[in-house]
Ligand binder design. Structure first.
Ligand code: NDP
Length: 450
């Protein structure tokens, strides 16, 4: 680890006083709601029926989910050791790929103690190798192995929820390792790991949820960045492919709509894996701790609910034709240009490069804030591009049901909430400089609108 600040000039575990997500009660609510809603989304839209527009569909959605859940057999079928084994094997495979595949060593941003952590950049190769193996297996053995995912979907959701819970408990205990050692008489034997500024409140449940440790690691294995890029994101594409296999199996052909949705999802994930270094300047890595919230988001929510549109299209095929395809492609291209252009611009700038001579605000904190180019349009142009793309992913499903639009709605809520959290964190980090920056760039996400 490189160091530019004198050691000891920072506090590893400052007390946090600010609560997000409604504090302890909110943390408990989200912890229970995430697995519950993931099951519900799956149950509410089955092969036989999926709620249709208009608004009464939300009542159908509720009724269908509730009816399925009120059967004891359904609850019994939630857990299987076999599916849990399959899920653990998948997780283990991604760890092995991280350990053995070639990859560049990257340095993260400077931490509060002046040090920079090292990360291995080989998520793209993990994905490429995994997809190649899936292609070979499907070619030689047919779609059977992929259909396992479709047929054991809720059991796999349970396995991912369990893995998230175990990891959250592990990293929580790890964040207390120096206290535990001191309790057994080994005071100062283990160095206090650096905690996230928002994760050390007086509420243990809240800390467990929001993440106490900033960068929990086992040796050089960085649990947070690993979970963000590999086991969940790549699984999302595999689940999508399983739904393509399901459509092929049931319909005997593959519709243009599912192809488009799955191609967009795959593009998004491959692009994220290829640009893996960009993650190192994101809020998740630089600011948030790793707790149940990120674990369950990465491992359960992303793969199992982001694939909802693909699942809908497998169960309720739609043909959109050439004109529809062209229109949706245009939405995707515009969204991608804004999303990738702005993320790359910030990432390059944070590395000290400014090839287009963008204007910036020099802050007292030492870092600079871009004030022109993409980052002169709004304070989160990357969110705008990301949200635009989310429309392109859902539009192939047509307008018969609101269920495939779950992602557009959820993502809007996520991004607005995230923007509010980031603005608050930046106001805290940059103090009066942030007020000046807000005057130069007044829009939050969409220029002149929000
Ligand atoms: P950002 O990448 O926007 O990072 C915010 C940080 O960037 C700020 O805290 C600040 O940190 C720095 N920053 C803010 N303004 C400027 C500026 N003008 N110039 C230079 N640096 C600035 O946010 P996220 O980490 O939330 O998102 C990253 C990407 O991931 C986005 O594209 C988002 O859409 C996507 N995303 C996708 C999700 C999904 O589920 N699909 C979920 C979450 C995010 P500092 O100054 O300390 O460097």
């Amino acid at each position: 680890m490189a160091s530019s600040k004198p050691a000891g000039s920072y506090v590893a575990a400052p007390r946090s006083t600010n609560f997000e997500f409604g504090g302890t009660a909110g943390a408990l609510g989200v912890t229970l709601a995430v697995p519950f809603f993931s099951y519900w989304l799956t149950l509410a839209c089955s092969e036989n029926a999926c709620p249709a527009w208009p608004m009464s569909s939300f009542i159908d959605f509720h009724k269908q989910g509730w009816e399925a859940m009120s059967s004891l057999d359904w609850w019994k079928g939630l857990w299987s050791w076999q599916a849990t084994g399959v899920y653990c094997a998948w997780y283990f495979w991604t760890v092995v790929c991280w350990a053995v595949l070639p990859g560049k060593e990257l340095e993260g941003v400077e931490l509060r103690n002046g040090k920079k952590l090292k990360y291995t950049h080989n998520a793209f190769f993990t994905m490429a190798l995994t997809l190649a193996l899936i292609a070979i297996t499907t070619f030689t053995r047919g779609v059977g192995p992929l259909l396992y995912i479709v047929n054991h979907y809720t059991e796999l959701i349970s396995a991912a929820a369990a893995m998230s819970f175990v990891q959250a408990c592990f990293v929580y205990a790890q964040s207390h390792q120096s206290d535990i050692a001191a309790h057994f008489g080994y005071k100062n034997a283990i160095e206090q790991p650096m905690l996230a500024l928002g994760g050390n409140t007086s509420s243990p449940l809240y800390n467990w949820f929001i993440g106490r440790g900033l960068n929990p690691r086992i040796g050089t294995f960085d649990i947070k960045s690993f979970n963000e890029m590999r086991p969940g994101l790549i699984l999302w594409v595999i689940i999508d492919l399983a739904f393509v296999a399901k459509q092929w199996n049931d319909l005997g052909r593959i519709t243009d709509s599912i192809l488009l949705t799955v191609a967009f999802h795959s593009w998004y994930v491959l692009d994220a894996e290829w640009n893996e270094p960009a993650i190192l300047t994101t809020m998740d890595i630089t600011t948030d701790g790793f707790g149940f919230m990120l674990a369950v988001g990465d491992l359960l929510w992303v793969p199992f609910t982001y694939s909802t549109t693909a699942r809908y299209l497998a169960l309720h095929p739609v043909d959109i034709g050439l004109l529809g395809t062209a229109g949706i492609l245009a939405v995707q291209l515009v969204g991608y240009t804004i999303f990738r252009g702005s993320n790359n611009e910030k990432n390059e700038f944070r590395k000290g490069n400014n090839p287009k001579n963008r204007t910036f605000l020099q802050t007292e904190r030492g870092t600079k804030l871009l004030t022109s180019g993409w980052w002169g349009l709004s304070r989160h142009p990357n969110y705008m591009g990301d949200w635009l793309m989310s429309w392109a992913w859902c539009l192939p499903a047509g307008f018969s049901s609101p269920i495939p639009y779950y992602y557009v709605i959820f993502f809007a809520i996520l991004l607005v909430h995230r923007q509010m959290r980031d603005d608050e964190a930046c106001a805290h980090k940059y103090k009066k400089d942030w007020e000046t920056y807000k005057k130069i760039v007044p829009s939050r996400i969409i220029p002149y609108i929000y």
